[in-house]
Design a protein around this ligand. Structure first.
Ligand SMILES: Cc1cc2nc3c(=O)[nH]c(=O)nc-3n(C[C@H](O)[C@H](O)[C@H](O)COP(=O)(O)OP(=O)(O)OC[C@H]3O[C@@H](n4cnc5c(N)ncnc54)[C@H](O)[C@@H]3O)c2cc1C
Length: 472
């Protein structure tokens, strides 16, 4: 069986290794370099409820609570209960976890970590295993899926080249690259997800974008994430008057909004990590980055701002990572099973990436999809990206579809996005995010409406977006 995987993050590589080890011919597509993914940037680690005193049930409850009761409980139980398998898989590749950390929203320390650079070790181990298993690796920008008669036959790249496979797995990550400030890869524009929408596909929960409370904007304009584990180890948030204003270990949306409120009132916000023991030992990457920018975390306060961090919504799948389109599967941040609900619990995405990669491999092997025909004329959607237009889009999304939203701003964003000359796929996805944010007339988890500041039981289900309309 020939399988094409779009994306070389943790999700795509896990699926590729699992399938190749069981005899499939697998090719993974990615942009630029395997190390450019968001997976490589993972700092804190992977949430696994495996230490004594912890339990699957506690982890499930923390996930559902952080997700503001919008999670698909079946997906939460299915994902969390596969944590042991995810751990064994990673360890079998030579991953050697060094510590277990406490992060915001977790009732137990359960974030398995390696020097706060966990992603680097996970991706390197997976990449090595992929090469050893004979997985093909191709640098190409996928712009269009080939979907005919409810069946996926393959995809097309930006040069118009067609690739045909028995099964296609979308593992192309999220769409935080649509925002002005993100510590993630600018490649994560949701091009494939937008193309799927253009072809009548269904996405869920697109309005939920998680903003990480503590990004650091360097003097050169780069964004570094100051991981939650720094707060887990005792760092405090203070405003420019030296006052604390939030519980640092509250869920991310609460902390991000509290910081945003301080900033909107004209006060700057700092992370005070001076009391954190062994800062350099636990956070070498952060220390190095800050020191290069003239900040000594042992002596200085660290200025912080919220940044777009994680796309909760994505391509709708069931808990076996099947989409309604035959032979098409989606995993990792590109997919939405409903696991995260309205807000992602810290370090649950790495867990989801490994679990979904392992599970989709089993699904594909069980279903043994096969390529029935070649295309009768591909629907090639070019994706020439003008950086200026893209930056205009990022500005609109940041300003009107960011941490605080309201009807007036969202309607303005809709009109502005319509006039931009960005690739069709990207415009479709941005429009879908805005329409879903408009439709959800309540505040829940990562979605905050200043005109509807309370949670409303009438909106207690996942939003579905298809063919230009959002349904809740
Ligand atoms: C700074 C930072 C720190 C984080 N820390 C944590 C953490 O501690 N714990 C945690 O659980 N999560 C963390 N996250 C979130 C986590 O990194 C992601 O959710 C996760 O890595 C997503 O993995 P993925 O495999 O789905 O996709 P990604 O890692 O985003 O990879 C996407 C892949 O798809 C490829 N791609 C995209 N579009 C196309 C296209 N059109 N054609 C071809 N290829 C394409 C990319 O090149 C890339 O290879 C962090 C995120 C950031 C940004």
């Amino acid at each position: 069986m020939r399988v094409g995987v779009i994306g070389a993050g943790i999700a795509g590589l896990t699926a590729a290794v699992s399938l190749a080890r069981r005899g499939c011919e697998v090719t993974v597509f990615y942009i630029g370099d395997v190390r450019e993914s968001n997976s490589y940037r993972i700092q804190a680690g992977i949430a696994l409820p495996l230490l004594e005193g912890d339990s699957i049930e506690l982890h499930v409850m923390d996930t559902i609570h952080a997700g503001r009761y919008l999670s698909n409980e079946e997906a939460v139980w299915a994902t969390v209960s596969r944590a042991g398998e995810a751990y064994d898989f990673l360890v079998s590749l030579g991953v050697n976890f060094e510590s277990v950390e406490l992060e915001g929203g977790h009732t137990m320390p359960r974030v398995f970590s390696i020097r706060n650079e966990t992603g680097k070790y996970l991706v390197d181990a997976l990449h090595r295993a992929a090469v050893e298993s004979g997985v093909g690796l191709t640098d190409a920008l996928v712009t269009s899926l080939i979907i005919e008669g409810g069946r996926c036959l393959g995809f097309v790249d930006s040069g118009g080249r067609e690739y045909y496979y028995d099964a296609v797995i979308v593992a192309s990550g999220g769409y935080t690259g649509l925002y002005k400030y993100t510590a993630g890869s600018k490649h994560n524009l949701g091009l494939v997800t937008g193309d799927y929408l253009l072809k009548g596909g269904v996405c869920t929960n697109l309005e939920f974008i998680q903003f990480h409370p503590t990004g650091y904007l360097s003097k050169k304009g780069e964004v570094l994430l100051i991981s939650e584990s720094v707060r887990g180890r005792g760092a405090k948030l203070v405003n420019s008057e030296g006052r604390r204003f939030v519980n640092e270990l509250a869920p991310r949306d609460v902390v991000a909004r509290a910081i945003y409120k301080e900033m909107s009132s004209g006060r700057e916000v700092y992370l005070d990590a001076r009391s954190v023991q062994d800062f350099r030992k636990y956070f070498p990457l952060i220390a190095e980055f800050l020191e290069a920018d003239g900040i000594n975390p042992l002596k200085d306060l660290i200025p912080v701002v919220p940044v777009a961090h994680y796309s909760i919504g994505g391509i709708m799948t069931d808990t076996f990572y099947r989409t309604p389109v035959k032979n098409l599967y989606a995993i990792g941040e590109a997919a939405d099973t409903g696991f995260h609900g309205a807000n992602r619990l810290a370090s649950n995405s790495a867990l989801e990436c490994v679990v979904s990669g392992l599970e989709v491999a089993r699904t594909v092997l069980r279903e043994r999809p096969s390529l029935s025909s070649r295309s009768r004329g591909t629907t090639f959607e070019p994706a020439d990206v003008s950086e200026d237009e893209l930056n205009a889009l990022r500005d609109i999304m940041w300003r009107y579809v960011g941490i605080n939203r309201c009807e007036e701003g969202l309607r303005k964003a809709l009109t502005l996005v319509e006039g931009l000359e960005v690739p069709k796929q990207i415009r479709e996805l941005a429009t879908a995010v805005i329409k879903c944010a408009l439709e959800r007339k309540e505040s829940r988890g990562a979605h905050y409406r200043t005109d509807y500041p309370l949670m409303n039981g009438m909106y207690g289900s996942r939003s579905k977006y298809s063919r230009g309309k959002c349904y809740i």
